[in-house]
Design a protein around this ligand. Structure first.
Ligand code: ANZ
Length: 954
């Protein structure tokens, strides 16, 4: 390298706002903010207690859905929501609120575990490295987080409380009369003193410890069940229904999935179905998300009806009890436990060939069919287009209202997990029953009179007649006739009839299922549960928390031959014998126990993290009640309390938000928190999309190297195809925030992301357009700093009227836009103001410059802080008051005044809205058009209604 005399680039650029200048400004202020704790939010009490004057302000608790620290780091799509909440938080802080805004990490989960399986790196090591990396990336964006309040869900001091909450849930039951969770100890007391009957009818004192544990298990809100689960031998784990594809395979890996009975932990979220539904009404959430939650909870009103079968009764759940006369057969789910009880040894006389499936006995037919059904997912079993399959059980039940003998089938379109796992089939009026009846040659009886022109002879029908407001026919029996009634009245009449006879009742059914809470994984929270020699579960006392994850040699669950349906899960934790087998004193002397070796699902940590932000270092409680009440408590407009603004992707519409709501409600019922809802206002940001390009083989090529020419796209000379979609590593189209910060600075990136469009709309990334926001900041800089000398150019004195109008309009509009999360229009208004000031070409008055800086501060905090200090201030711009618009300058400059002569409009005048009556009259009578219209006639009277009307009478 040869020595030259050319100056260093910085010197050459002098005092211009360049990427190098931005980098310097940004790094400098980030350091100052950290050192001074600029974004620390004071709590009303406790360690974080701060300035009482600040605490006395109205509060705003603002949250993002926290990130999973993936090894790939961030691309520009990730921070969209974080920047938005940051701008909002800054604006709220400047508008007189005590603002809490921080960000933690949701750090348990599969990717780190899979990486560990492949490389042997402990998931904690890789996860913590990823967190550090992400923190560096996020810090660069200038997000105003209270860093003292950040944590990761994998911190033992955090998951101690996740385990503690599990124990609260485990030690509670739902009192349906009181409609709330209560401690199990109160239930035990009621069993002991006889105020509540023990299920099974025996006295509590007569039960063994194991029997008592069993009874309580039936009540606990966290309970062990032996339920059929989706067992995937190829992955060595149990899967949630959502993780199983429509053809019964694992979404990840495409392995077969079997229904297998396994003892697993569950959360009795169904106990809260009603409250989860009802409380949605008071939440400020997008309607679409509320609707998804309502559908997921799926409330159905209907009835339970008993069909007698020998001494047994088969209870069905139906939403159409009015169609009972049309029930011509029954179907049980293949797994229904009653089936074993009544299968006869041989097919009854006259059994139809198609009913037997070609099997010699009912037992054989049922066994074969069950096996076939076990290999299918619920989704697949319910698929609309699917051919209906099933077999006859060999038994008949009795239709309680018509007295008809109806054959009982098992078929996979009936699910064990819904209603009672049994249905009365009404083929005339239910599509699936109709198809089944046609396939199995079963009678079809019309009981709802068709209104679409077809007759009641079902032999001629091509499909079921489904209607909710037609009239009943063919529905008269002993002591009851529904004929002529509408569906609604008929439902009520038959439900009364059934209730009177004790063979049915009205009931509400929910689609919502209990939440399967066990995972056969390493990288999750261990359960604070041990089992004694008899296999009875015991909870650990709080003093033994956190129960930390042990070291293991192998992080993967044991996998099996993919089609080995008989295999059982073997968890990573179970292999650490020294950890699993423990001697503990749980209050009755030292005994041997075996630990639970499943871990919690990765939803657990995100079910309550908002609470820990409030009081992150509290060692003796999950959160101090007074602090929780201050930030989260019920208040006007938010009767259930909750975070003031929660921003995240719409993909979390159901599971995360429903689980978090459920945990809130349990903690609320038990008196630990004052808020029964975690998130009062929810906002879903759109996605940043990007073009991706594939070559002739369909393989993604690096988007950054694709050239556009002659209307086509080329990569290394070869044509490639363009598609529009997500941004990501796998699509080779990711742009990182670091690249943009490098090229333009973080303030430009922030502005660009906010300016791209309305926050809730997805938007395509376009690196070439980023420069537009860079230029805005450069013009802003030039309006205040002399690029040659670096001197501040502002002058003293009063701005002119036009400047004041432009300024106050921008303040008024941009302020309201920021409060309403309309950042794109806020930026447009600020740009308009800045351009007007640039165009005027004069030095700005100090009062204008300062307000311009304050206006920009929430969006581009670094440049604003720099300019604020250059304008001579020594305190941070972060805590200044957001400028307030003077209404006098905001109203439109003129209004149109109509001048009438003899009732006819003769002139329109543009006048200031505040014009006095005398001035307006003077203007009107001297207007040339009016003078002409008067034609010299004498004015008898002038009626003035300033500023819009003048009426002249002659
Ligand atoms: C008789 C009937 C007649 C029905 C009719 C519908 C129409 P929702 O609204 O989703 O709650 N059903 C009940 N339990 C079932 C199960 N475990 N698996 C599959 N289907 C089940 O649906 C309730 C209806 O779905 C019930 O009402 C029952 O069929 C069926 F004209 O009973 B219905």
């Amino acid at each position: 390298m040869s020595e030259t005399n050319t100056p260093a680039p910085e010197a050459a650029e002098g005092h211009r706002y360049t990427a190098a200048m931005a980098a310097d400004i940004e790094a400098r202020w980030q350091d100052v903010w950290d050192a001074e704790g600029t974004y620390e939010a004071p709590n009303p009490t406790g360690d974080l207690a701060g300035d009482p004057a600040v605490v006395a302000r109205p509060k705003k608790f603002i949250m993002d859905m926290f990130p999973y620290p993936s090894g790939a780091g961030l691309h520009v799509g990730h921070p969209l929501g974080y920047i938005a909440t940051d701008v909002f938080a800054r604006h709220q802080r400047m508008s007189g609120h005590n603002v809490l805004h921080t960000l933690g990490f949701d750090a348990f989960g599969l990717p780190a575990e899979q990486y560990a399986v492949q490389t042997g790196t402990h998931p904690r090591v890789s996860t913590e490295a990823n967190i550090e990396n992400m923190k560096v990336q996020l810090r660069r964006l200038g997000l105003g987080h209270d860093k003292r309040r950040s944590f990761a869900t994998i911190d033992p001091e955090y998951y101690k409380w996740t385990q503690w909450i599990f124990l609260q849930i485990y030690n509670s039951w739902y009192d349906a009369d009181a409609k709330k969770a209560r401690p199990v100890s109160e239930l035990v007391a009621a069993f002991e003193n006889g105020t509540r009957e023990v299920p099974g009818g025996r006295a509590w004192a007569d039960l063994t410890a194991a029997e008592r544990a069993d009874v309580l298990n039936g009540f606990r809100l966290a309970y062990a069940s032996d339920a059929p689960v989706n067992w995937c031998p190829g992955l060595g784990t149990v899967l949630a229904n959502e993780e199983v594809t429509a053809d019964g395979r694992s979404e990840r890996g495409n392995f077969p999935v079997f229904k297998s009975r396994l003892s697993q932990w569950n959360m009795r979220i169904t106990a809260y179905a009603d409250r989860l539904l009802d409380d949605l009404d008071a939440l400020d959430w997008p309607e679409a998300i509320k609707l998804q939650q309502r559908n997921w909870i799926g409330r159905s009103e209907g009835a339970r009806v008993d069909f007698a079968l020998g001494d047994e009764a088969i209870t069905v759940f139906t939403t159409r009890p009015d169609t009972l006369f049309g029930a011509t057969y029954m179907v049980l789910a293949p797994e229904h436990p009653l089936v074993e009880k009544f299968i006869p040894a041989a097919w009854p006389e006259g059994t139809h060939d198609v009913w037997t499936g070609g099997h010699a006995t009912p037992a054989e037919a049922v066994a074969a069919y069950r096996k076939q059904a076990a290999s299918k997912s619920d989704v697949e079993r319910q698929a609309e287009a699917k051919d209906k399959t099933g077999v006859f059980t060999g038994e008949y039940a009795v239709n309680p209202v018509s007295g008809a003998k109806v054959p009982v089938f098992i078929a996979d379109y009936v699910l064990m997990g819904y209603g009672t796992g049994a249905i009365m089939a009404v083929p005339a009026h239910d599509t699936r029953d109709f198809e089944f009846a046609r396939a199995f040659e079963l009678p079809i009886r019309c009981v709802v009179e068709p209104t679409d022109g077809r007759g009641t002879d079902t032999a001629e029908w091509e499909d079921a007649f489904v209607s909710h407001d037609a009239k009943l026919v063919n529905s008269a029996g002993e002591g009851i006739s529904l004929d002529g009634l509408g569906v609604v009245e008929a439902k009520a009449a038959i439900t009364d009839w059934l209730t009177e006879r004790g063979i049915g009742e009205g009931t509400v059914n929910f689609r919502l299922r209990d939440w399967l809470f066990s995972r056969q994984r390493y990288w999750g929270e261990p359960f604070p549960i041990v089992y004694d020699q008899d296999g009875v579960a015991h909870s650990l006392p709080e003093s033994m928390l956190p129960l930390e994850l042990p070291e293991v040699e192998d992080y993967s669950p044991r996998t099996f031959e993919p089609d080995d349906a008989t295999s059982k899960p073997e968890t990573p934790l179970s292999r650490n014998e020294a950890w699993v087998n423990v001697e503990l004193d749980l209050g009755d002397g030292v005994k041997s126990y075996r630990r639970e070796t499943n871990t919690m699902p990765n939803w657990a940590g995100s079910c309550w993290y908002e609470l820990r932000y409030l009081d992150p270092n509290n060692a003796s409680a999950l959160v101090d009640p007074e602090i929780e009440q201050y930030w989260m408590g019920p208040r006007e407009g938010a009767p259930h309390g909750g975070v003031d603004l929660y921003v995240g992707g719409a993909e979390h519409a159901v599971l995360h938000l429903l689980y978090a709501r459920f945990w809130s409600k349990v903690l609320f019922d038990l008196g630990h928190v004052s808020s029964a809802e975690p998130f009062h206002k929810l906002f879903n940001q759109g996605m940043i999309q990007a073009y991706a390009y594939t070559d002739a083989r369909g393989v993604y090529v690096p988007a950054a190297e694709v050239e556009e020419r002659d209307g086509g796209y080329f990569y290394r000379g070869e044509p490639v195809k363009r598609e529009h979609g997500k941004m990501g590593k796998s699509l080779k189209n990711a742009v990182t925030p670091d690249e943009i910060c490098e090229e333009y600075g973080a303030d430009t990136l922030r502005l660009y992301e906010m300016a791209m469009g309305p926050l809730d709309v997805s938007r395509p990334w376009d690196t070439r357009a980023v420069v537009g926001q860079y230029r805005l900041l450069q013009r802003l800089w030039r309006n205040i700093v002399d690029e040659e000398t670096g001197e501040v150019t502002v002058v003293d004195g009063e701005p002119d009227e036009a400047t004041l109008r432009a300024l106050h309009k921008a303040i008024d509009g941009a302020g309201a836009d920021m409060a309403g999360l309309r950042f794109n229009t806020a930026i447009a208004k600020i740009t308009e103001l800045n351009n007007a000031l640039t165009k005027a070409g004069r030095p700005l008055e100090r009062s204008v410059a300062e307000r311009l800086v304050l206006l920009v501060a929430p969006l581009a905090p670094h440049i604003a802080e720099e300019l604020w200090h250059r304008l001579g201030h020594t305190d941070s711009v972060v805590h200044q008051d957001f400028p307030v618009a003077d209404p006098a300058y905001v109203v439109d400059e003129t209004v149109t005044c109509v001048v009438q002569v003899k009732g006819k409009v003769k002139a329109r005048l543009e006048v200031p809205p505040s014009i006095s009556e005398a001035d307006l009259e003077q203007l009107a009578v001297t207007d040339a058009g009016v003078v002409a219209a008067l034609g010299g006639a004498e004015i008898r009277k002038v009626i003035v209604r300033a500023p819009k009307l003048v009426n002249i009478v002659i």
